[in-house]
Write a protein that binds this ligand. Structure first.
Ligand code: SAH
Length: 415
């Protein structure tokens, strides 16, 4: 097995189990190594730290998987981690009691870097973003079949993998056969429809499950805008909780159509409208036409894909949030989110504060959340705490906005 030797003073995070070894930390590689191989990671004094997957095409040259003493990085070790991940959802979180769809494996958060498995009804949707793992796909799929008895396991192409790992995975059916038509997703008694092969990511955003549940009661008796609604994750739950009206806005017509059908099935179609639009333009129109809301949910797609994009992404978050604040009624509530792992909590909070100030809004945070617990955080990896959720009550205070940061005028690309 090849040995990857770190530069002096670069080993500290890896002794704590941080899993990402960037090329800049590496001094040299001893032995023959091909992309996807298992390698030993050593500090500059030649001490073994652990084993990981090598990929020269990725910025992350080694993904550290097994620390010294945990055993060799092989199928048995990965399957043990997989079993632990499944039992966490069943025995600790008891998710099957409240939902039919949730995340079974959350990459680093479950000790299997680069593997995501979502249960969407009776189908499992898998994404791979670590080249080395492709060699273990067969035993992983087999174990998932044995433990979860799905009707199908499908793979979705991962954008991260294609762009950053230099792997081309086209996706497809790995096991069984996909039932035709949209899938029913249930969480805490509410049922939505989604399409795991055509929809966004793996078809369903289970990371927002707890936020949807906790935020919905604030919508009772209120007029709501669910911006970046997808199939109506927040909006449908809020309509069922007694929102007077919910407007769902998304750029994807197929997602909105599934939202319409789910609203009808739930009997709340009179309370809901679904509009295809670019959220930023729609918020501008609302401002121009003096259309306002009591509650706005902002759940945009990832605006920051890599570290180099942070500034541009924060500008876009700022613009989106400022425009939302502007069309909230006095005393209204903004539920704002970011799923960009590279944006730290502190930067997000600073951005929200600046956005409020820029439009003369005084904001009080009364809700603070993150991703649902089936997306566990890997402790040494702060980036794995990726979802930021805030609830803010606002007042249009008349404060001076002259020296506040202005709303930048970028235009987002609709996904
Ligand atoms: N809130 C949803 C998840 C939102 S995912 C839930 O609870 O399930 C982000 C959504 O934003 C996607 O559905 C995508 O189609 C949409 N989107 C991306 N860019 C957009 C834009 N500029 N305007 C409107 N929708 C956009």
């Amino acid at each position: 097995m090849a040995k990857v030797i770190l530069k002096a003073r670069k080993a500290r995070p890896f002794w704590f189990g941080h899993p990402w070894v960037f090329s800049g930390a590496i001094d040299r590689v001893r032995g023959q190594v091909a992309d996807g191989d298992v390698v030993e990671l050593m500090d500059d004094a030649g001490r073994l730290i652990g084993e990981g997957f090598w990929n020269s095409k990725s910025q992350i040259s080694v993904r550290l998987v097994a620390l010294k003493g945990e055993g060799t990085l092989d199928a048995a070790l990965l399957l043990k981690r997989l079993d632990l991940a499944l039992s966490m959802r069943e025995d600790v979180l008891r998710l099957p009691e409240v939902a039919n769809s949730f995340r079974l494996v959350h990459s680093e958060g479950d000790g299997i870097p680069g593997l995501i498995v979502d249960k969407v009804g009776k189908v499992l949707v898998l994404q791979l973003s670590c080249f080395g793992l492709t060699r273990f796909l067969e035993p992983i799929v087999q174990r998932l079949v044995e433990r979860c008895a799905p009707v199908a396991i499908v793979e979705r192409e991962s954008r991260t993998a294609t762009e950053e790992e230099g792997m081309t995975r086209t996706g497809g059916v790995l096991y069984g056969s996909l039932p035709p038509g949209p899938m029913e997703v249930t969480e805490y008694g509410v049922t939505w429809l989604c399409d795991p092969m055509e929809g966004q990511k793996t078809g369903w955003y289970s990371d927002q499950r707890e936020n949807r549940r906790l935020m919905a009661p604030f919508a009772r008796g209120r007029e709501v805008l669910d911006a970046f609604s997808y199939v109506g994750g927040f909006g449908l739950r809020m309509a069922l909780e007694g929102a007077t009206h919910v407007t769902c806005v998304d750029s994807s017509e197929p997602a909105l159509e599934l939202g319409r059908i789910a609203a009808e099935k739930a009997g709340v179609q009179e309370q809901m409208t679904f509009e295809k639009a670019n959220v930023l333009r729609m918020l501008d129109h609302c401002h121009q036409e003096k259309r306002s809301f009591d509650v706005i949910v902002l759940d945009p797609p990832k605006f920051v894909h890599r570290r180099g994009d942070i500034e541009r992404g924060l500008a876009l978050y700022h613009e989106t949030n400022a425009k939302a604040f502007r069309v909230l009624r006095d005393g209204g509530v903004l539920f704002t989110h970011s799923c960009s792992q590279h944006v730290p909590d502190s930067s997000f909070d600073e951005m929200v504060a600046a956005a409020a100030k820029s439009v003369g809004v005084r904001a009080q945070e009364f809700f603070r959340g993150s991703q649902a617990p089936d997306h566990p955080v890997m402790l040494p990896l702060e980036e794995s705490r990726y979802l930021k959720a805030r609830g803010l009550r606002i007042q249009h205070s008349g404060m001076d906005t002259e020296i506040a940061p202005r709303i930048p005028q970028s235009q987002p690309s609709a996904e």
